[in-house]
Structures are given as structure tokens and as C-alpha cells.
Design a protein around this ligand. Structure first.
Ligand SMILES: Cc1cc2nc3c(=O)[nH]c(=O)nc-3n(C[C@H](O)[C@H](O)[C@H](O)COP(=O)(O)O)c2cc1C
Length: 227
């Protein structure tokens, strides 16, 4: 406001009130617009997320034809419902209703931002059977190879994630190694020149499987009966 305007406002208290009223109105309208756009876009975002998971699910659980969603609660694994909150498990079944695996979301910080994936866990071989990247902003031609480099993806045909005797975690931590030096089934052969993105995938899989594989094996009967 010009010094003339400020002087005028000081002389005219009515003008100050009108200005404050206008400012208040603008602030209220801005707030309403933010809330409205959040409410309008939230279901669209949720639906897109659901579709992305649906598409990825059948890729990371080989042989799956149908799915059933479950939630990990304090009482163990339960069939998903509106009221239940917790980590979601997507169980995949073949045509005959046999459990083929469980898909789970995992995430970790990559080179640019958080990388989010869906991976398939096969409780019978106790191994990871596939990964699909749901969201990433890794550098094209470098970090984004985690989604398409065939040698890197070969790691996830049967990546060992075996539960230890205590039933509390994995027998072997899932770890990244330099390209061409993989000697163990729980190691991930990294992408040369994209160590940071490769490490992020290893870290998210290890963190998630350490926690989730024991839960899946403990309640496998619930998952098997769920088709
Ligand atoms: C512009 C630019 C973008 C990069 N983007 C990525 C990336 O998306 N993911 C990644 O792991 N490394 C990326 N890097 C490379 C990392 O800085 C680092 O050098 C690399 O991860 C190390 O891999 P190496 O141990 O196989 O040499 C990028 C480097 C530059 C200069």
C-alpha cells in the first residue's frame, strides 16, 4: 500500500475495517479452495494407485489369476475391510484357488526421491518372485534402469528371503553387491553407475521382508483359506 493509502487508512477507521474484511474473505476463500481441490483429487489419486497396484500384482505373483486383500493388524492377518487399518497384503491365487504368493508395497529414498515398488513374496520358496516400480523419479538412463534392466530384474526371479529359526526376521539380510559379484541367493547384483538406486531397492526389500515374511508365514493358513 502507498504511504498515501496508509495515511488515508489511519484517518478513516472504516477503511481499515473494510480492508480487514476483504483480506479475511480472500483468506477464507483460499482455504476453501485448497480443501475442495484436496477432496476432489484424493479419490482420483486413490483410484490411480489402486489401478497401478492391480496391474503390477499379477506381474509380481507368477501364476496368479485372482486376488484377495488382507490387512496386518495387532491380532494378525485379517481380510481387508473398510474399518480395518494397517499394512495391506495382496494375496494372489491361481485358477483353482491355490495361494501363489503375496504382493506388498515397499519404499525407500533413491537418488532423487522416494522409490515405491510392489514386490511378490512366495511363502513356499520363501523368496521374492518379482518387483514392479510403482513410482520413481530416478534419472532416465541411469537410476530408472531398476525398472527395466534385464540383468537387474533377474535378481528377483527367486531372491531368497528365508525366515530364521527365531521366526522374527530373515536368516540372511538382503544386500546389494557390485555388478557381477553375486554369489548368494540373498544378494542383489547392482546396476553399474546406479549404485544409489540399486541400494534403495535392496534396502526397501530387506526392511519390508524382515518385518513381513515372518508375519506371512505365521498366518499362512489364513491367506490360503482366503481365495
Ligand atoms: C546427473 C546425474 C544423475 C544421476 N542419477 C543417478 C540415479 O538416478 N541413480 C543412481 O544410483 N545414481 C545416479 N547418479 C550417479 C551417482 O552419483 C553415483 O555416481 C552412482 O550411483 C555410483 O554408482 P557406481 O558405484 O556403480 O559407480 C547420477 C549422477 C549424475 C551426475
Amino acid at each position: 500500500m502507498s504511504s498515501e493509502g496508509i495515511n488515508q487508512a489511519a484517518l478513516d477507521p472504516g477503511l481499515t475495517v473494510r480492508m480487514l474484511r476483504t483480506l479475511g474473505l480472500v483468506a477464507t476463500l483460499s482455504g476453501l479452495l485448497v480443501v475442495l481441490s484436496y477432496r476432489v483429487t484424493l479419490p482420483i489419486i486413490e483410484e490411480n494407485k489402486r489401478l497401478a497396484i492391480e496391474r503390477a500384482l499379477f506381474k509380481v505373483i507368477p501364476g496368479a489369476a485372482t486376488r484377495q486383500d488382507f490387512v496386518v493388524t495387532d491380532q494378525g492377518i485379517q481380510k481387508a475391510s473398510e474399518e480395518l487399518e494397517g499394512i495391506t497384503l495382496y494375496a494372489g491365487y491361481d485358477q483353482d484357488g491355490r495361494l501363489k504368493g503375496v504382493a506388498l508395497e515397499a519404499a525407500a529414498a533413491g537418488y532423487q526421491d522416494v522409490i515405491r515398488i510392489l514386490y511378490g513374496y512366495d511363502p513356499y520358496c520363501q523368496c521374492i518372485r518379482g518387483i514392479e516400480v510403482l513410482k520413481m523419479t530416478e534419472t532416465p538412463g541411469i537410476g530408472d534402469k531398476i525398472a527395466k534392466d534385464p540383468v537387474f530384474l533377474e535378481n528377483f526371479v527367486a531372491l531368497e528371503a528365508r525366515v530364521d529359526v527365531s521366526g522374527q526376521g530373515l536368516e540372511h539380510e538382503i544386500v546389494p553387491v557390485k555388478r557381477g559379484t553375486k554369489t548368494q541367493p540373498w544378494q542383489i547384483d547392482s546396476i553399474s553407475g546406479a549404485t544409489i538406486s540399486s541400494n534403495a531397492v535392496a534396502r526397501m526389500l530387506n526392511d519390508s521382508a524382515q518385518q513381513m515374511a515372518p508375519i506371512i508365514l505365521k498366518d499362512i493358513a489364513i491367506l490360503e483359506a482366503g481365495a
